[in-house]
Design a protein around this ligand. Structure first.
Ligand code: MOS
Length: 733
């Protein structure tokens, strides 16, 4: 096969449902996660966290802890392991590195115990006595207008809601609420700081090694070049591991001060503390439409909780800006600052809760107008991006509705709520649109062809369980014409070419094109080397006439292996490093991913028990790099959505101002029995604009719309419209 242009449909490695290249390491337990990394003379650290939600630490008595054998140090705001320099621009958040005695929320880090063993550190931490000055805390969202803050640029829209409402024959208005949710990755936060002189090596469970390097360098007052961050495997992050939380800096400071490596692994209950959560939201949606279903006005107003010391906005309302065709749209976002930790991004931030409200409202409108829910959405299909007016780079939403409906058997649905009974259970079907933004980031990458005929590709990206090792190896193998087992992909080290954080579904579409470009450059260098080398059978051939296949170059009926060409170079390798930047395509095209979600539920009318019986999702995500890992992404998204719909909530006791279900026994994640047979389909989408590979990124699309599809199915089954997640049995009986 000749060298392929990236847009060639004739890919042989890209797209295939290959097993994960790191799968064997993982299932045999040989994949070293952060907490598994050994270090000489390692000390163990345990956090002390506040037991009040507002006030200050007045006194810490650590004498009993310090008297224990093996205890090396107890740090607190009175005795911090280091001082954050004024040059650190992270500002308000850096005070959480034991730089202040103020307490902003229950669970805030107020101390660190370091000991020779984990057990000694845990025991010592239990003996530390803390006295507080308490102030009155508020942890319940106060929704009075006077208590709310409107962030800048937090609203948007177009046209006139007033004239849109006047033109409508039907209007629905409803308020939807979603609870605080916690990420709960299987691997807790873990960090190990190892200093050699003035240089730090930090093993950290993070979705963002480059940001961690920058933030930790700033907190320590040293240059980023002095900080190396390593993260080869991450056991789930779902957004909470995008930020550099205070425990990382505190651990690095402690190791510097004690001149020994220090390791910190958070307990499960601490995972509900100083490391973020999805904030509670209250969303009011108004939809107005003509008799035929065409939308004349859409309004989406969101209030979300945030911390008092730093603001975080859960951008739910923006989902209403460009999902549907409508001339008159208004959105707003306000936040309620209270005495809680800082909320953060959680899988499909904004889009997951936002699509719950919008897609339930669409279902309510369909019922009011007596129009089929899919027909209503098709009537309002936006053939251009309604905000920018630009055409979509690609948009397979219509095909997703069609394919999903066919596979699901939507035609069997009875439109009359509460009308279908099977074996004493009420059954129902619901659907929703899935939607997520496409963001593209610059990334570097490197590809090196070695004298043994193999290649190493690398980029400082992260493997957060999505299949990054595998898909990046596929891309390099494809371009180089090598079998995948001849290509190694390295990631998770800040010494590698820099790549963006692994969030916002951006890795495949940002790092992938960089790896492809580096592979093309390396191949070009290999060809140029061969045709200029009198010892090569390809000597004198025109570079354009050279093709590559199975680890060899050929031209004019002659060929030579990569290995032989590279072996004659003085360096014994040929490499290319690139800085890939997205072009100006966004000036001409709007980019988004879409899909259609379908749920069938069975509800016990006496007990209110809800069971998702079947779920079908059909998605358009541009080019799919690996059909198997992509499917797994969507399965994970749907399972997350089932949790969001039916079980997950982080419960705050508003009297003691603490989270009461801070463990996996009482924070109900969906388990196998809650997740039925799931069917995932991808509609082929050829996107010639998003990047050279046509990859849009699918990580977060899978959760969007799922909770709405289930809520709509519950309504169809029972006639009860539950607008408050999770839909627990008490809300149905
Ligand atoms: Mo995701 S919330 O961008 O990890």
């Amino acid at each position: 096969m000749a060298i392929k242009a990236d847009k060639s449909p004739a890919f042989t490695t890209i797209g295939r449902p290959l097993d994960r290249t790191d799968g064997r390491l993982k299932v045999t337990g040989r994949a070293a996660y952060t907490g598994d990394i050994p270090a000489e003379g390692l000390l163990h650290a345990v956090l002390i966290t506040s037991t009040i939600a507002r006030g200050s630490v007045s006194k810490i008595d650590s004498s009993a802890a310090e008297a224990l054998p093996g205890v090396i140090a107890v740090f607190s705001p009175a005795n911090p392991p280091g001082i954050v320099p004024k040059s650190d621009k992270t500002g308000k958040e850096s005070q959480l590195l034991l730089q202040t005695n103020k307490v902003f929320y229950h669970g805030q880090i107020i101390g660190l115990v370091v000991a020779e063993s984990l057990e000694q550190a845990q025991h010592a931490a239990s003996l530390v006595k803390v006295n507080y000055r308490r102030s009155q805390a508020v942890t319940k969202m106060d929704t009075r207008a006077s208590a709310l803050v409107t962030p800048e640029d937090a609203g948007g829209g177009r046209g006139s809601i007033k004239s849109g409402l006047a033109a409508a024959s039907s209007t629905i208005k409803a308020t939807y609420t979603t609870p605080t949710e916690s990420h709960n990755p299987m691997e807790p936060f873990a960090t190990t700081a190892v200093w050699q002189g003035q240089a730090l090596t930090l093993y950290d469970s993070t979705q963002a090694i480059t940001n961690t390097q920058k933030n930790i360098a700033a907190a320590l007052g040293i240059g980023p070049a002095k900080v190396r961050v390593i993260s080869h495997f991450v056991g789930g992050g779902f957004g909470c591991k995008l930020s550099t939380w205070a425990h990382v800096g505190i651990t690095a400071m402690a190791a510097r001060k004690l001149k020994r490596p220090v390791k910190l692994v958070m307990s499960r209950s601490q995972m509900f503390g100083p490391v973020g959560f999805r904030p509670k939201t209250i969303q009011t949606v108004t939809l107005a439409a003509k008799k035929d279903g065409s939308l004349t006005a859409m309004r989406h107003d969101t209030i979300s909780e945030t911390s008092r010391f730093v603001e975080f906005i859960e951008h739910c309302s923006s989902v209403s800006l460009n999902t549907y065709l409508c001339k008159n749209v208004s959105t707003s976002q306000r936040v309620a600052p209270i005495d809680i930790g800082k909320p953060t991004w959680m899988r499909a931030p904004g889009h997951a809760p936002g699509s719950f409200a919008l897609e339930c409202a669409m279902d309510e409108l369909a019922c009011a107008l007596k129009i089929d829910p899919i027909a209503l959405r098709l009537r309002n299909y936006a053939d251009t991006d309604q905000e920018s007016g630009l055409p979509w780079s690609s948009n397979a939403l219509k095909e997703c509705y069609k394919l999903g409906a066919e596979k699901f058997g939507w035609h069997m649905r009875s439109p009359k709520p509460g009308s279908v009974r099977e074996d004493g259970l009420l059954t129902g079907m619901g659907m929703a649109t899935a939607v997520h933004s496409v963001w593209r980031n610059p990334s570097q990458a490197m590809v090196r062809i070695l004298a043994d005929g193999t290649a190493v590709a690398s980029a400082g990206t992260q493997e957060i369980g999505t299949g990054t090792y595998t898909v990046m190896s596929q891309i390099a193998a494809e371009i180089l014409g090598l079998p995948i087992d001849k290509v190694d992909f390295k990631l998770g080290d800040s010494d590698l070419p820099h790549a963006p954080l692994s969030g916002g579904s951006t890795t495949a579409g940002s790092v992938g094109p960089a790896v492809a470009q580096a592979a093309r450059e390396a191949l070009r260098k290999l060809i140029n080397t061969a045709v200029a080398d009198p010892q090569s059978p390809l000597y004198g051939a025109a570079a354009e006439a050279v093709s590559c296949r199975d680890g060899a170059l050929s031209a004019n009926g002659k060929s030579e292996s990569f290995a032989a060409i590279v072996a004659r170079t003085p360096e014994k390798y040929i490499e290319a490093k690139v800085d890939h930047k997205p072009g100006d395509e966004e000036k001409h095209f709007a980019m988004s991913t879409f899909g259609a979600q379908f749920a069938e539920v069975a509800v016990d009318p006496d007990l209110g028990l809800i069971h998702v019986r079947r779920f079908v999702g059909a998605y358009g995500g541009g080019r799919i790099l690996n059909a198997k890992t992509a499917r797994s992404q969507m399965l994970g998204g749907i399972a997350f959505g089932i949790g969001m719909a039916l079980t997950e909530q982080t419960i705050m006791d508003n009297n003691c101002h603490r989270i009461v279900n801070n463990n996996l026994g009482e924070y109900y994640l969906p388990s196998n029995a809650d997740v039925p047979h799931l069917d995932v389909y991808f509609v082929q989408e050829d996107d010639a604009h998003v990047n050279d590979l046509g990859v849009k990124g699918i990580g977060e699309l899978g959760i969007t719309g799922v909770a709405a599809a289930i809520a709509n199915a519950v309504y169809n089954a029972t006639g009860k419209r539950v607008r408050d997640l999770p839909i627990t049995l008490d809300k149905l009986i």
